[in-house]
Design a binder for this molecule. Structure first.
Ligand code: HEC
Ligand code: HEC
Ligand code: HEC
Length: 129
């Protein structure tokens, strides 16, 4: 009544097709490489906060800065990692160090498919350095 041979062939074909995204990726190494980021060339070695925090939460920090400045006019930010004081400004502070926007902010955002609209209003640094 059952044709064991055909059933087995059917199962094999199904398994191969169902898992094809996995082995196709492995065979073609389709996973894109993480972008190389150009770090500041102004001699600074640390960011406003710890690197891991910045990597994961810089957007939250920027929101916090924007709200502080716009709502209270207060512009001094004291780093919780170094105790240094920074002017809460996207253009004057972040972009002063990260002046190579294309090979830093943009490189990562393009890779992650994010496009912040901040530059509609805020001044972008001119050219790379
Ligand atoms: C005083 C210079 C300076 C300022 C100001 C500065 N950064 Fe940084 N930032 C750095 C340096 C240097 C690193 C790399 C630190 C490291 O490699 O450990 C870095 C790292 C980062 C990273 C992590 C990159 C990675 O390796 O994944 C992000 C994201 C970032 N900064 C965003 C910002 C934003 C947003 C601001 C403004 C709120 C800002 N930075 C202000 C110097 C600065
Ligand atoms: C290591 C990768 C990386 C680097 C470098 C990086 N970003 Fe981001 N950024 C991200 C990711 C990922 C998101 C999206 C996070 C999310 O959607 O929750 C993001 C989101 C943002 C947002 C919020 C956008 C939105 O529409 O909500 C802003 C603003 C931003 N980044 C600014 C910057 C600036 C300015 C720099 C350069 C100084 C920078 N980022 C560098 C990875 C990075
Ligand atoms: C429609 C125009 C507009 C857009 C878009 C915009 N901003 Fe702003 N932003 C302003 C204005 C106006 C101020 C107030 C400037 C001041 O008081 O110095 C401001 C202030 C800020 C400040 C504090 C002051 C400073 O010098 O940076 C931060 C931080 C900031 N914005 C971050 C962002 C981020 C991050 C984005 C994108 C996610 C963004 N803004 C998008 C108009 C805009």
């Amino acid at each position: 009544m059952y044709d064991a041979g055909k059933i087995i062939v059917g199962i094999v074909v199904f398994v191969v097709l169902a898992t094809s995204p996995l082995w196709f990726n492995a065979l073609t190494e389709a996973t894109p490489e993480a972008p190389k980021l150009t770090l500041p060339t102004n001699g600074s070695t640390e960011c406003v906060e710890a690197t891991g925090y910045m990597r994961a939460s810089h957007m939250d920090l920027l929101n916090q800065w924007r709200e502080q400045v716009v709502r209270t006019g207060q512009r001094d930010y004291v780093s919780s990692s170094s105790g240094k004081v920074f002017d809460m400004s996207l253009s004057r502070t972040c972009m002063d160090c990260h002046s190579n926007k294309a090979d830093f902010c943009d490189a990562c955002h393009t890779y992650m498919a994010v496009s912040p609209y901040c530059w509609d209003c805020h001044v972008e640094p001119k050219g790379a350095n």
